[in-house]
Design a protein. Structure first.
Length: 249
């Protein structure tokens, strides 16, 4: 298929999980792709897996100055940008009393501040038409314990989708979001749990999903392809929940 033939795309956090799978699908659909990441091991692994046709860029998703550098790399490589998938993010699942100011600031920097200033830096680079897809979360829609800061960052990101969809459409830029439920990615392994604790957490989360399973990165990536493509030209300011029914409970 060639739904993204000739499109130029940037994926933040594109070295693992949903971002990596989206990069694969973008390439298969005919897009030229740049991905960013911050872990040297994951950067090298993604470079080998995706091949020389995909440019892999080391970048700190929380740093506003780094976003200007990414925008310049995109401009130099592509001239203009047709698709941005804002995927880089972090999860910090802890009770409220365990969250200190540094943890709070880090979550908001990665999940909201960085994306905001990346989009700002890319404004002169976006083509017309163009598509921005944000990676939200079911946690912005439900009251899951121990996710107070994470859920707040994603709720703010989804608010940004709504406001920017109205602000940027005059430039030909559509803004939409996907909000995944629990997805089988390496993300959960970064939460600092022991293997036994991780299994218990996973079982608890899965028990809240009517579909009785975790989703796959491919299921999210397919939705991102749709929102990035011309097939969704009349889709503006939407938030596509892909959560196995979790938000309906």
């Amino acid at each position: 298929m060639n739904r993204l033939a000739g499109k130029r795309a940037l994926i933040t956090g594109g070295t693992t999980g949903i971002g990596l799978e989206t990069a694969r699908q973008f390439v298969l659909e005919g897009a030229r792709v740049i991905i960013t990441g911050n872990n040297p091991v994951n950067l090298e692994s993604a470079r080998k897996e995706l091949g020389s046709g995909v440019q892999v860029v080391a970048s700190n998703a929380a740093d506003p100055e780094a976003q200007k550098q990414v925008a310049e790399i995109v401009r130099s490589a592509f001239g203009q940008l047709d698709i941005l998938f804002v995927n880089a993010g972090m999860v910090d699942m802890r009770p409220m009393e365990q969250i200190d100011e540094a943890a709070f600031d880090r979550s908001f920097a990665i999940n909201l501040k960085g994306p905001y200033f990346l989009i700002q830096a890319l404004l002169p680079v976006f083509g017309n038409p163009a598509s921005i897809v944000m990676n939200g979360s079911v946690n912005a829609h439900i009251g899951m314990p121990n996710t107070s800061v994470y859920a707040a960052t994603k709720a703010a990101l989804l608010s940004l989708v709504r406001t920017l969809s109205g602000e940027l459409i005059s430039r030909g830029i559509r803004v939409n979001a996907v909000s995944p439920g629990p997805i089988s990615t390496p993300l959960y392994g970064k939460l600092g749990f022991s293997d036994a604790e991780l299994k218990a957490v996973a079982a608890s989360i899965q028990g809240q999903v009517p579909a009785k399973r975790f989703g796959s990165p491919a299921e999210i990536a397919s939705a991102v392809v749709f929102l990035a493509s011309d097939e969704s030209a009349f889709t503006i300011g939407s938030d596509l929940l892909i959560d196995g029914g979790m938000s309906n409970l």
